[in-house]
Design a protein around this ligand. Structure first.
Ligand code: 2BA
Length: 109
């Protein structure tokens, strides 16, 4: 069994989760925040059999778009106070960041 952890943009999450459920997968949706942009995103946990990983990745590919965003990020100074980076940069976010982990044990009680 595998645990798929997918970090996706909030805008893609409803459709992505909907497609997972429609295709019979179980999923947990968590609100998360990107460390770099400090903006909200969505993290999905999807537990699947080994042979279902590619099917989930296909759903990710079909539902999670990459988008360019111009941002002026806050950069941590290493202390408790954030420092301001006074120039905008362009980043390409997504489609999705996906981790596939081996599951040692899966129990539903
Ligand atoms: P954020 O950390 O807010 O990153 C948003 C986007 O900013 C990234 O898109 C990337 O294009 C850019 N970015 C991130 N760190 C950067 C850096 N040090 N220098 C320049 N640009 C940087 P994605 O790569 O698509 O990542 C989207 C979100 O996925 C991330 O939001 C984060 O929440 C998650 N993520 C990405 N890689 C990760 C990783 N290795 N481990 C854990 N979470 C990750």
């Amino acid at each position: 069994m595998k645990l798929i952890i997918a970090v996706v943009q909030d805008r893609d999450a409803p459709r992505f989760v909907g497609e997972l459920i429609k295709n019979g997968f179980r999923a947990t949706k968590m609100a998360s925040t990107g460390g770099f942009l400090k903006e909200g995103n969505t993290t999905l946990l999807v537990g699947v059999d080994d042979d279902q990983v590619e099917a989930v990745l296909d759903i990710v590919r079909a539902n999670c778009r990459s988008r360019e965003q111009l941002v002026t990020p806050l950069a941590s100074s290493g202390g408790s106070v954030d420092t301001y980076v006074p120039y905008p940069i362009e980043v390409v976010i997504g489609g999705a960041t996906v981790f596939v982990l081996d599951v040692e044990r899966y129990v539903r009680i």
